[in-house]
Design a protein. Structure first.
Lengths: 139, 139
């Protein structure tokens, strides 16, 4: 790679280099509904996922369990279109404002993932399943 | 400890045992303003911090850098009073609805921590400092 190309590459990726990745090269990313403000979910991104999220203007995560890129909505159709991207003061958490296509962010078929509420010392499901996951994922 | 006491103790802490703590025994916790929906900050909790958060109805984190409990607002007065506590589908992220006393969540003196916005390939501070941190922390 020539020096000029290296400089260009450095310029293009410098915003990624400012991020404090964890020991596994990942950063947690929060997806928030840009209209309702509801916190939909949290997942992980590596540098490639974050770069692609910005380039394609949709949430693309890194699946730790599958060890591969996870284009949110690739199976369910529940794509998260990006409206805004923020980084926190310590540069180790991402916050996205998104439009949640289909109105379902959670793999359980709920609007969002934070449906377990602590009531009298027990976690109880406080929100309804909007769509059967077997239908969502065509099992 | 007698069996009865052990059972009682088991009952009291079972909701903590359902949480998937990471390899360091921590879980990330999101604080969201219960009125505006603004995501204020993300920090870590261990089991003791989460138990105390519920008991005292205010956000209490675990400071990884200081390796001790961090009663949010203990120095700044910017206490986060708890209104609701949720757990996500994978039981590895906490979401709190809080009332942010003083209207400042970030140690930089801003309303919240997610003030860095990606503009033309650079992170820029998109929100004002409401109060000088030197004044907040009486340095």
């Amino acid at each position: 790679m020539c020096e000029q190309a290296a400089e260009q590459n450095g310029q293009q990726t410098s915003w990624l280099e400012e991020i404090k990745w964890n020991q596994d090269g990942l950063i947690p990313a929060i997806a928030q509904d840009h209209k309702t403000g509801k916190v939909l979910m949290v997942a992980w991104m590596n540098a490639e996922a974050l770069q692609l999220t910005v380039t394609e203007q949709r949430a693309i995560y890194w699946s730790r369990s599958r060890q591969k890129l996870w284009r949110k909505g690739e199976e369910s159709g529940h794509v998260q279109q990006l409206h805004d991207l923020r980084l926190d003061c310590d540069s180790d958490v991402i916050l996205m404002q998104v439009e949640q296509l289909g109105g379902i962010a959670c793999h359980t078929g709920r609007e969002h993932c934070f449906y377990k509420s602590l009531k009298n010392g027990e976690w109880v499901a406080a929100e309804p399943v909007l769509k059967d996951p077997n239908v969502i994922y065509d099992k």
